[in-house]
Design a protein around this ligand. Structure first.
Ligand code: NDP
Length: 293
């Protein structure tokens, strides 16, 4: 029997509805500031989408655009100005930055209290220590999707995260650990990856290799939360056409898994939804408001 599909688009829409009703219950509107450096078309699309969804949830958005030849000092000065602006609750630096700019150094300038992407060292430290803080968005989305498939109590589930990046793999592993899962982190040096993956009740491919994990990596009935987003050629759709695929090979995994996220429409839509959720949390923490239910 084919796995049931976890509809990330619908679940992200639910999260946004909750964010919008939380915003209505707050004493004033939270504000998310987005900084875009340069004119990368994909980044422009992401930024526009973030601004639109922020405003649809009833929050204010501030858009700061710097030219592609902006210096490191100029980018950091913009961040410093937003850190100092009491109206601003969340700061998002759209990545990647143009060549020559140091994104790690720039991210470090974001006040941890406004770090709605959860990428500063302070946020990472709070995650490791299990302290209150803003969690990275894509990994948070993975946990929400797993809970929607399996119920809120994930304790004791064996999670195998394939990938150990700072952005996805490591924080995803820590977030599942915080849910009392038993977590294995696999990576490019893992021996017999397929056998390791077949141990998973919840398999989280975050590799960046199109369709690498076939059905032979999946235990019967397991939940597959596919973080990968890869564009591949699709000549069957016409000359020069392409399509998006995950790191799991959907058709073979679907026959074995119990639940699976599609790509697109799985983890992808959750990232912005979790960013909006983080903006509400950041506003509440900074302004001393209690978080609406
Ligand atoms: P990175 O390239 O930073 O990390 C990839 C990880 O996969 C590394 O830890 C690497 O191991 C591991 N890896 C690579 N090849 C293999 C292999 N053959 N076997 C086992 N492990 C391997 O990628 P990201 O973490 O940034 O992104 C991962 C995927 O998630 C990408 O497809 C990306 O597009 C997608 N993504 C999706 C988002 C969303 O919103 N849904 C957001 C962010 C990313 P090692 O450390 O040993 O090199």
């Amino acid at each position: 029997m084919a796995a049931s599909r976890i509809d990330g688009k619908a679940i992200a829409a639910d999260v946004r509805v909750n964010v919008a009703s939380a915003v209505k219950a707050l004493p004033s509107q939270p504000t998310l500031a987005v900084i875009l450096v340069g004119e990368d078309p994909a980044s422009q699309v992401y930024v526009n989408s973030k601004i639109k969804q922020t405003e649809e949830c009833g929050m204010r958005s501030l858009h700061r655009v710097l030219p592609a030849n902006a210096t490191q000092a100029e980018v950091e000065a913009e961040i410093a100005a937003l850190n100092a602006d009491d109206e601003v609750d969340g700061i998002l630096l759209q990545l990647p930055l143009p060549k020559g700019l140091d994104s790690d150094a720039a991210i470090e300038k974001i006040s941890p209290d406004k770090d709605v992407d959860g990428l500063t060292e302070a946020s990472a430290g709070r995650l490791v220590l299990g302290k209150l803080g803003l969690r990275p968005c894509t990994p948070s989305g993975c946990v929400i999707l797993a809970k929607r498939a399996l119920g809120d109590d994930l304790s004791g589930k064996h999670v195998v995260v394939v990938g150990r990046s700072i952005l996805v793999g490591k924080p995803a592993a820590l977030l599942f650990l915080a849910e009392n899962c038993t977590v294995t982190i696999a990576h490019s040096r893992t021996k017999d990856l397929a056998a390791v993956c077949r141990e998973a009740d919840i398999l989280v491919p975050a590799v960046g290799r199109p369709q690498m994990l076939t059905g032979e990596y999946v235990k019967a009935g397991a939940t597959v939360i596919d973080v990968g987003i890869n564009r591949i050629d699709a000549p069957e759709r016409g000359e020069g056409k392409s399509r998006l695929v995950g790191d799991a090979e959907f058709s073979s995994c679907e026959n074995i898994a119990g639940h699976i996220t599609p790509v697109p429409g799985g983890v992808g839509p959750m990232t912005i939804a979790c960013l909006l959720q983080n903006t509400v949390l950041a506003a509440c923490a900074r302004r001393g408001w209690s978080v609406p239910d």
